[in-house]
Design a protein around this ligand. Structure first.
Ligand SMILES: [Fe+2]
Length: 249
């Protein structure tokens, strides 16, 4: 495979295709109420996942923009009261927002088939089956690349100033790690504690988020001796809530 398939369904193995056809049953049904996220690391065809890593590296790596936000030293030196510390969002990664049809990023995403795959009906349906609720319109598309040491500190992705998503929205993350990735965890809010975890360093996985909620990613660690080659890719597509989700919220 040297380009993304037109339909997302064609990346899936038999287990993934079964979810599209029959729906998704989490191992612990109560989990759906307790946790705001599902990460499925057994649904993408492993051979195709390797191809996706190669296509992403070849098409996008040079155009990815590094972003970083360091810890503000005043958050420590400006403290006047014991135990009053507050940490703002800090992070380091590479990113590329896929813009309008006239943008360079869109052109690249179109050239390798990624745009069609993200727009495909089967991707939206897969997310709806996992979240067990209809999605609304697509919000945005973004590519993220984590390298050795890249991470995001705790944040909640709540956008109260945006009327279309201020009552909640969904993210689908299609994730691929190259063979040099050793470790990375997603840590999420569970019953008021930041102690829910998912291993997100598997070769391929799909995450469906019901946002907003608190979460962060630990630093991605590359395998010893291969740190500079380790890359974890994330294709992100956001959706507004559908009519039924709005009603039940
Ligand atoms: Fe986030």
């Amino acid at each position: 495979m040297n380009r993304f398939p037109t339909e997302f369904e064609d990346l899936l193995n038999n287990q993934g295709k079964a979810i599209l056809k029959n729906g998704y049953a989490p191992e612990d049904k109560n989990d759906r109420k307790r946790t705001p996220i599902d990460v499925l690391s057994h649904v993408i065809d492993t051979g195709k996942a390797m191809d996706c890593v190669n296509i992403l590296q070849k098409t996008f790596y040079k155009s990815m923009k590094p972003i970083s936000s360091k810890i503000d030293t005043r958050e420590l030196t400006g403290m006047r009261k014991n135990y009053s510390e507050r940490l703002s969002k800090n992070l380091r990664m590479k990113t590329l927002e896929i813009g309008s049809s006239k943008s360079k990023s869109y052109e690249l995403a179109k050239s390798c088939g990624l745009m069609d795959m993200l727009n495909s009906e089967s991707l939206k349906i897969f997310g709806e089956k996992v979240a067990n609720t209809p999605f609304g319109s697509a919000e945005n598309n973004q590519i993220i690349c984590y390298q050795h040491g890249d991470y995001v500190s705790p944040h909640n992705d709540h956008h109260p100033e945006n009327p279309n998503v201020r009552n909640g929205y969904f993210d689908i993350h299609i994730m691929f790690s190259n063979p040099h990735v050793q470790h990375q965890l997603l840590v999420y809010e569970k019953k008021g504690f930041l102690n829910g975890t998912y291993n997100i360093a598997s070769p391929a996985a799909i995450a469906v988020y019901r946002l907003p909620f608190w979460h962060y990613t630990t630093p991605m660690l590359g395998k010893k001796g291969y740190e500079d080659q380790a890359r974890r890719w994330l294709l992100l597509r956001s959706f507004e809530m559908g009519p039924v989700s709005k009603k039940t919220k």
